[in-house]
Design a protein around this ligand. Structure first.
Ligand code: PEP
Length: 245
């Protein structure tokens, strides 16, 4: 039996405030969450507010595929590391769709993250049309292959987030059965590259997780926690979700 410590991650997207960062750390300090890792990915300007807290791990929402140089507005892996960041989201569906980040660019971002000691949370997932056309397995396999086919050693250094695009921000989470099936598929795909790492890598579910559905989702055998958007903007709600893991 493989032991994987659950991880619950907050993705604030372009939301939140210094006040929320303080409220959340105060809320986390009231409970003793020993059996779950809590990660918060605030907007970059709020990283400093959370950098000194022991209540949660710190993550960024994005990083540059470049090491340094004339890339106005971008943040490199080393800048993030220096700011106290230990995790970084890579390939969130909003980055893939709204900012046209291709598999190729995402593979470069994964390289940058890992080269600088950041743990990437590699986000994958099918859109509604792909699910309806029963292409979910294919889509996940392609997104995983883009990174791990040439770098199987990255699996052990990653966290994976399965986030069906149709469930993100819609209030319509995948059912525990749908999510478990996809997670098992992801683990199976990864096992083709490195079976040992596939058994130990944490695979988070994301897409309309809330305090009501978290327990059942996190109870599935291949679901090792969650990536939480909207519901992470309420400190009390997020705390409940963390306690469900
Ligand atoms: C996300 O942004 O990664 C996400 C899952 O959002 P939400 O929880 O709001 O669906």
């Amino acid at each position: 039996m493989t032991m994987r410590k659950p991880l619950v991650a907050a993705n604030w997207k372009m939301n939140g405030s210094d006040a929320l960062a303080r409220e959340l750390t105060a809320a986390l300090a009231t409970v003793n969450l020993v059996n779950v890792d809590v990660l918060v990915c605030p907007p970059a300007t709020l990283l400093h507010t959370l950098a000194s807290t022991e209540q949660c791990l710190l993550g960024a929402q994005n990083l540059s595929q470049y090491t340094s140089g004339a890339y106005t507005g971008e943040l490199s892996a080393s800048l993030l590391t220096e700011a106290g960041v230990r995790f970084v989201l890579v390939g969130h569906s909003e980055r893939r769709t709204l900012f046209a980040e291709s598999d190729l660019v995402l593979a470069e971002k994964m390289q940058q993250a890992i080269a600088h000691g950041l743990t990437p949370v590699y986000c994958i997932g099918e859109n509604l049309q792909q699910r309806q056309q029963e292409k979910t397995g294919q889509v996940l396999a392609k997104q995983l292959a883009a990174v791990y086919a040439s770098h199987p050693e990255f699996i052990a250094k990653s966290v994976i987030a399965y986030e069906p695009v149709w469930a993100i921000g819609t209030g319509e989470a995948a059912t525990p059965e749908q999510a478990q099936q996809a997670h098992a598929e992801v683990r199976q795909q990864l096992a083709q590259y490195d079976s040992k790492a596939a058994a130990t890598v944490r695979i988070l579910y994301g897409g309309s997780v809330n305090s009501k559905n978290a327990t059942e989702l996190f109870g599935q055998p291949d679901i090792d926690g969650g990536l939480v958007g909207g519901a992470s903007l309420n400190a009390e709600e997020f705390l409940h979700i963390c306690q469900s893991a």
